[in-house]
Design a protein around this ligand. Structure first.
Ligand code: ZN
Length: 148
């Protein structure tokens, strides 16, 4: 196993220490809870959807640096996007961290920092937890999401 520290690029450290949008928007219209029992990550995602667009998004919870940084970067990334656009970003992100793409999609911007996660299958669940939870929130699924 190579150095896990390779994972902790500057952008991940920054967002895990100072998470953006770690709050529940007062006018949230959609929400879901996500759990990753393998690591102990537990994240709730809140979305204010207006005319098919993510007007506001926030999250609460706790977890490892990877899961918190991923949730933080996700909220930064999808604010202002349509539901279809946010789903497309999630799909590109998922392809990258599961190693199916040779190079990260340029549109992923800072999310490319998570590319190294693909070498650590356990960490893929941490990195994608917030995204799976977001999808559940947008689709109005009531059941909590579990990566197991
Ligand atoms: Zn984790």
């Amino acid at each position: 196993m190579s150095e896990l520290s390779d994972l902790y690029q500057e952008v991940i450290v920054d967002h895990s220490k100072r998470p953006r949008n770690m709050r529940r928007p007062a006018d949230a219209t959609h929400a879901a809870d996500g759990h990753n029992p393998l690591c102990g990550d537990s994240i709730s995602v809140f979305v204010t959807l207006r005319d098919g667009r993510v007007e506001d998004v926030g999250f609460e919870g706790r977890g490892c640096a990877i899961s918190v940084a991923s949730a933080s970067l996700m909220t930064d990334m999808i604010k202002g996007k349509t539901v279809a656009e946010s789903r497309a970003i999630f799909q590109a992100f998922h392809r990258m961290v599961t190693g199916k793409d040779e190079l990260p999609d340029e549109g992923l911007d800072k999310l490319a920092a998570f590319e190294g996660v693909r070498d650590f299958p356990v960490r893929v669940k941490c990195a994608t937890l917030a995204w799976h939870t977001l999808q559940a929130a947008l689709e109005g699924r009531a059941q909590p999401i579990s990566t197991e």
